[in-house]
Design a protein around this ligand. Structure first.
Ligand SMILES: Cc1ncc(COP(=O)(O)O)c(C=O)c1O
Length: 346
């Protein structure tokens, strides 16, 4: 039981400030200590809660930064159209950014896109272009071909290209990790980051190196992802991993690498809810399980885990036992066991 629960009215609270617009709410996300997640008591584990961005994920940061940089240097003008291939958080972040800046947004998706994300992008004013025929079995190639066709058809189109745009890592270097470093007063032994474009991990690592910190940056990737010389294979958890190596990821080296299976991510999500009351998305579950897999070497250390989004975006997948059984082949009992929830919490 918590002693003296209180509802305070604190005038130093950053949330007491009135933001200028929704994009002004991007960043300054909270951090929370996870006391109950691990099996050992002496790891100081802290999560950066990126679902508290207004669009619901860490991707609000690069979406805003890539667009505002392009507006600032004239690559993009008010009234132009932004085109991007995304079926998830980046699409939502871009739709939000474009609405605020008076830009049109076309989001190129394929049939694997989650219906809820597509609905959110539409609700934020984005137009959806559905690509229904893969090129030699590859939907990404088909989506990129459609992006190229849209760019060619209209001179007023701009493609942020999150997988090659260095404004993507720069947004995390200026925001995500600078906030973490300030909150932790530079005292972070390990930072765990899920990877897809590697924008988050790159930006964080570059900041920490520039500041002379000795923090070890652990990249968390999906089994079946081709990042970091991984072998391609089936993957069902959106947000983490890549089917082909993005330009941003080429030659990138981090201090350590942990690959997590899809079911491990699911187990992490279940455990975060059961132990902490924390509804995290699939990559967040994977990151927390990556920490747990190394917990014996992390004893006595301070560890920060970036949690990119919320489990509320995955209610019909990760949090639906029927989906898990059908798509991953794991029963609920197996997930509970992997999550360490079949025995009473110590
Ligand atoms: C939920 C989630 N987690 C992790 C990532 C990985 O972030 P990055 O592309 O910066 O490597 C993404 C990126 O789309 C994501 O949506």
């Amino acid at each position: 039981m918590r002693a003296n629960p209180t509802l305070t009215s604190d005038t130093n609270n950053p949330f007491a400030r009135i933001a200028d617009d929704v994009l002004d709410l991007v960043g300054q996300t909270p951090m929370v200590r996870l006391n109950r997640y691990l099996d050992v008591p002496d790891v100081n584990l802290i999560a950066k809660v990126e679902s508290m961005n207004p669009g619901g994920s860490a991707k609000d940061r690069p979406a805003r930064f890539m667009i505002e940089q392009a507006l600032a240097d004239g690559r993009l003008c008010v009234g132009d159209t932004v085109v991007e291939s995304s079926s998830g958080n980046m699409g939502i972040g871009l739709a939000q950014t474009c609405a605020v800046h008076g830009l049109k947004f076309i989001c190129v998706v394929d049939p694997n896109a989650q219906a809820q994300n597509v609905a959110i992008i539409r609700a934020l004013g984005g137009k959806i272009e559905l690509v229904d025929q893969p090129i030699e079995g590859d939907f990404l190639a088909a989506r990129l071909e459609r992006v190229a066709a849209l760019l060619e058809a209209s001179p007023d189109c701009f493609w942020p290209n999150q997988y090659a745009n260095t404004d993507n890592p720069a947004s995390h270097e200026a925001g995500t990790i600078a906030e973490i470093d300030a909150a932790m007063q530079g005292q972070i032994d390990y930072l765990f980051v899920a990877c897809s474009s590697t924008g988050t991990a790159r930006g964080c690592r570059d900041y920490l190196r520039r500041m002379g910190r000795e923090t070890k940056v652990v990249a968390v990737d999906a089994q079946g992802s081709t990042l970091f010389e991984g072998a391609a294979g089936p993957r069902k958890i959106s947000g983490m991993g890549a089917g082909r190596i993005p330009d941003l990821a080429k030659g990138q080296i981090f201090d350590d690498l942990v690959r997590v299976a899809d079911v491990t991510c699911v187990a992490g999500c279940r455990r975060a809810v059961a132990r902490e009351g924390f509804l995290v998305g699939g990559s967040g579950g994977g990151v927390l399980e990556a920490v747990r897999s190394m917990q014996d070497t992390l004893r006595g250390k301070t560890v920060v885990a970036i949690i990119h989004d919320s489990g509320s975006r995955y209610l019909s997948t990760i949090f639906d036992p029927e989906w898990v059984e059908r798509e991953l082949g794991n029963s609920d009992a197996e997930v509970q066991r992997l999550a360490g929830l079949d025995t009473p919490a110590s």
